[in-house]
Write a protein that binds this ligand. Structure first.
Ligand SMILES: *[C@@H]1O[C@H](CO)[C@@H](O)[C@H](O)[C@H]1NC(C)=O
Ligand SMILES: *[C@@H]1O[C@H](CO)[C@@H](O)[C@H](O)[C@H]1NC(C)=O
Ligand SMILES: *[C@@H]1O[C@H](CO)[C@@H](O)[C@H](O)[C@H]1NC(C)=O
Ligand SMILES: *[C@@H]1O[C@H](CO)[C@@H](O)[C@H](O)[C@H]1NC(C)=O
Length: 482
């Protein structure tokens, strides 16, 4: 039995705890935070005065600058453009790759990306990068990474307080830090929004997915808590985003999401995509006798290769069997691990199940030279992923002169494939029937019509070229260099 005294003492205890929390909050709110803000601000200001040079110092935040991925390519090509445009400025890259020397890094950039960055870029090495790694925070990952990036940003700021600060990795919370504590002008290039409306929707619809565990989806109270957490986070994220003086986004997808969240002007600057060598591949003017339909994407579930096989199955019903015997679907793609290899095995079984084995070829882990060969031999390109953020392979296939049929969603719909008559660059489809119907339609077009679409598509990929990227990047970032 619970006695009155017990209830009384536990209530008193609770009140005491609440009182203490309240006191600590008040103390931090009105004394600790303002005084440390003041302290750091003075410190960074005096540091800036000490280090002041006549040329502007530009700090670029890219903690994984030696990773060699697509985001890094954007960094180096952008830096190259900035160095050319502002020869007097000093450029610094904040990086956590402490084991790599500047020579190593620049050498790798030249080898992997074929980009020549001017040697006078300097590196500011950060030791606290482990705090931004996602798997450090099994729960509250977004918040953990945000706080981690603040901590890492503070280390960066204390090592160099630049006149201009540019974030190229999406650590938006570093922007207010450099703007208000450092007094820098700020800019950022955003590849992907940290939080999206879809994430909120999935939580409120209680769907289970990689970032919404089953235990949360099943439990209404936890769902409520997570929703509040996401909404508060989205609000703070938008406040941080508004500290950006110049904001660049890499795609219409990101632009649409940030438009509603950040509510500031956004410049759409597509990342650089090397297509000149593909545009030079020779193309015959006539339809070849053997029709090869090329699919180029990693073997991963979200790429939806089964949809391609089903489309072939439908196509067989629609065309004469003599023609169908001359049609081959060529699935080219890489496997990263055993899971991917199992997927390939399943796809092979599925193609046998549909009796398509004579019309499907699998090409796993092709070298780049072999992919170029496939580009030359293929006539049509197919892409089936739902909501692909962009689709570099779609751009490459168009540059190589293939007639593309891509999924009617994501980047192919928003950014890449114009389908209005008279300016058609390719085709969009959704269901297996529709994919099959469009492939049949393409095979019935006259050579002249095909060549028109092909030439327009090949010309259109210049929108995504390195030259275009550098021009647009400079134009969008210019205001903070004034
Ligand atoms: C800034 O000045 C401090 C001390 O004056 C020096 O240790 C530091 O290396 C300088 N930083 C840069 C990036 O020049
Ligand atoms: C933008 O960045 C995201 C994340 O890296 C990527 O998935 C997407 O393909 C990029 N968009 C473009 C247009 O390259
Ligand atoms: C299929 O290809 C062969 C040559 O390989 C050709 O003779 C034949 O006409 C083609 N059939 C159709 C229907 O295009
Ligand atoms: C492709 O490469 C991956 C990773 O390097 C490997 O696991 C896989 O076995 C390879 N598959 C084939 C068919 O070569």
């Amino acid at each position: 039995m619970i006695s009155f005294k017990n209830i009384y003492s536990s209530t008193a205890l609770l009140l005491k705890i609440l009182g203490t929390i309240f006191g600590i909050t008040l103390f931090s709110l009105f004394i600790l935070i303002p005084s440390s803000f003041y302290y750091f601000k003075r410190k960074f200001k005096s540091q800036k005065n000490k280090n002041s040079s006549t040329s502007p110092q530009v700090g670029i935040f890219h903690p994984y600058c030696n990773a060699g991925g697509g985001g890094e390519r954007v960094l180096w090509v952008a830096l190259q453009a900035l160095q050319k445009k502002y020869p007097k400025a000093e450029f610094y890259v904040y990086t956590g790759d402490i084991e790599a020397t500047p020579t190593d890094i620049l050498e790798k950039v030249r080898k992997n990306f074929n980009v020549d960055v001017d040697k006078n870029v300097k590196f500011i090495y950060l030791t606290k990068r482990k705090w931004i790694e996602g798997d450090r925070y099994p729960v509250f990952t977004l918040l953990g990474q945000a706080l981690g990036s603040l901590y890492l940003g503070l280390e960066a700021l204390s090592k160099l307080n630049p006149d201009i600060f540019i974030d190229t990795t999406g650590f938006t919370f570093t922007l207010p830090l450099f703007k208000y504590l450092g007094g820098s002008k700020t800019g950022c290039y955003v590849h992907y929004p940290t939080i999206t409306k879809d994430m909120l929707k999935r939580v409120s619809n209680r769907q289970t997915i990689y970032n919404n565990k089953a235990i949360i989806a099943r439990n209404p109270a936890l769902t409520m808590g997570k929703l509040i957490y996401y909404h508060v986070f989205a609000w703070v994220y938008s406040l941080a985003g508004q500290c950006s003086d110049s904001t660049l986004v890499n795609s219409t997808f990101t632009q649409e999401h940030l438009n509603t969240l950040w509510n500031i002007p956004l410049h759409l600057v597509y990342p650089p995509c090397e297509t000149d060598h593909l545009k030079k591949l020779p193309r015959g003017k006539d339809r070849p006798q053997k029709i090869r339909i090329m699919s180029l994407s990693q073997f991963r579930p979200e790429k939806d290769h089964p949809l391609q096989l089903q489309s072939m199955y439908e196509l067989r019903e629609m065309v004469q069997s003599e023609l169908f015997d001359n049609i081959t679907l060529v699935l080219c793609g890489g496997c990263r691990n055993d899971g991917d290899s199992r997927l390939v095995k399943d796809l092979m079984d599925f193609s046998k199940h549909l009796s398509l084995e004579n019309n499907v070829e699998f090409k796993v882990n092709l070298s780049y030279d072999e992919i170029i060969k496939e580009f030359k031999r293929s006539y049509v390109g197919i892409h089936t992923m739902l909501d692909e953020h962009f689709g570099i392979s779609v751009v490459e296939q168009m540059a190589a002169g293939l007639i593309m049929v891509a999924h009617r969603s994501g980047g192919p719909l928003l950014d890449i494939i114009e389908t209005s008559e008279g300016s058609r660059l390719g085709f969009l489809a959704q269901s297996p029937q529709e994919f099959a119907f469009i492939i049949k339609y393409i095979l019935e077009l006259s050579d002249e019509e095909v060549n028109e679409i092909r030439e327009r598509a090949r010309a259109s990929v210049d929108r995504f070229s390195t030259k275009k990227f550098q021009e647009e990047f400079i134009r969008a970032i210019e205001p903070i260099f004034k």
